[in-house]
Design a protein around this ligand. Structure first.
Ligand SMILES: *Cc1c(COP(=O)(O)O)cnc(C)c1O
Length: 374
């Protein structure tokens, strides 16, 4: 009945369009042979700085390493705590543990997927009682829309916290005319293949307006290097982006604005057709989303997922279990019950979203959601 499936994501259509340019770019890297710290890496940093308006951009090995490096650059480690949302991908909290600090889980907003800044004061009290120093909050731009940075920055300022923006899913989005990359003290990005701006392997970047922080990030991603190669002034890691990935990203960045517009068009089409049937994602006034996921909310999520599968439409749950309930993180404190995180995890469903989804497939997704919600 359904000969072809509508996949959640299809990277091959994009490859059909820019494959030749990417192969030429990769050949240039093979020719010059600077596979690590090649000229494409610095060019990518410059172009990302221009794209976002961020003063400093430091490319790195992954979105996870970007968060670890950001914490290290802020000197956050053992004895420190960092507030994180429980409803996010594991790397947000995992990076805190990798840096030697303690994550404190906070709830999400009731009607949006990002952290509820009202929980930061409780996180501060909890940390103090445990003999920890709450140093920062990581706001996550889940599914492509910036977190509520006005609220997060205000609460963080009152408590003396640094703000890290986990923008693994949101590079290219805006809030009140300010681009992602300039909304937090340090913003971290991922270029994992399935992210809106993805490479053909692992990659990431850090954005900051602070020159001293940028210098520390550069040193930390290169074994804590000082002024020359074999001088080490701090303990760092190998956190570099390789040159091939930078070359891929330079080509993808050229078409990224057009792709964002296409994703936005698709999101609007979905929302127009599905509003009132399921809860459609709301974009905050003054914000834009790059639609890393188009995530709907409904009571019988598993039933809807099953009927989509029967209709040949792929869907996915981002994310089925909040981190405070995961085996890996259960031992870390939460500010209290986290009802919104738990409710989101039970009710969310992401449907196919990418810049090259043809209209027939779009219609199939819409019809399948309408049929499955009856
Ligand atoms: C993908 C992702 C990360 C991790 O990025 P990697 O490049 O896969 O290490 C971190 N946080 C969020 C919210 C993500 O979606």
């Amino acid at each position: 009945m359904t000969a072809d499936r509508v996949p959640l994501l299809d990277l091959q259509v994009q490859r059909g369009q820019i494959g030749d340019a990417i192969e030429k770019a990769l050949s240039r890297v093979l020719e010059h042979g600077r596979f690590v710290n090649g000229p494409e890496v610095e060019q990518l940093e410059d172009e990302l700085a221009e794209f976002t308006g961020s003063r400093h951009v430091v490319a790195c090995s992954s979105g996870t390493d970007a968060i670890v490096l950001a914490l290290m650059a802020l000197d956050i480690g053992p004895g420190d705590a960092v507030a994180v949302p429980s409803f996010t991908f594991a790397a947000t909290a995992g990076a805190v543990v990798l840096a030697g600090a303690t994550p404190i889980f906070a709830d999400s907003l009731a009607t949006a997927f990002d952290i509820d800044a009202a929980g930061l004061a409780a996180a501060h009290t909890l940390a103090s009682k445990a003999g920890l120093h709450l140093r920062a909050v990581i706001a996550v731009d889940l599914f492509g829309q910036p977190a509520d940075y006005d609220a997060v920055r205000a609460a963080a300022a009152a408590l003396g916290l640094a703000v890290i923006g986990d923008a693994a899913q949101s590079v290219g989005a805006y809030q009140n005319g300010v681009a992602v990359g300039c909304l937090a003290d340090i913003t971290t990005a991922s270029f994992y293949p399935s992210k809106p701006l993805g490479c053909y392997g692992d990659g990431g970047a850090m954005f900051t307006a602070d020159e001293a922080v940028a210098a520390r990030l550069r040193s930390l991603r290169e074994h804590g290097m000082g002024s020359h190669r074999y001088e080490h002034v701090r303990v760092g890691m190998n956190g570099r982006l390789d040159t091939f990935q930078a070359a891929v990203l330079l080509e993808k960045l050229k078409i990224f604005p057009r792709e964002i517009a296409e994703r936005d068009r698709l999101a609007r089409r979905y929302s127009d057709a599905l509003v009132g049937v399921v809860e459609v994602p709301a974009v905050r006034s003054g914000s834009s989303s790059v639609w890393a996921q188009y995530t709907i909310v409904c009571d019988d999520r598993d039933g809807l997922a099953a009927s989509l599968a029967a209709a040949g439409v792929q869907s996915a749950v981002h994310y089925p279990m909040p981190l405070h309930e995961q085996v890996a993180f259960r031992a870390y404190p939460a500010i209290g019950p986290l009802p919104n995180a738990e409710r989101h995890a039970r009710r969310v469903l992401s449907v196919p979203m990418h810049a090259y989804l043809d209209e027939r497939s779009q219609d199939r997704v819409i019809e399948a959601v309408l049929a499955g919600s009856r």
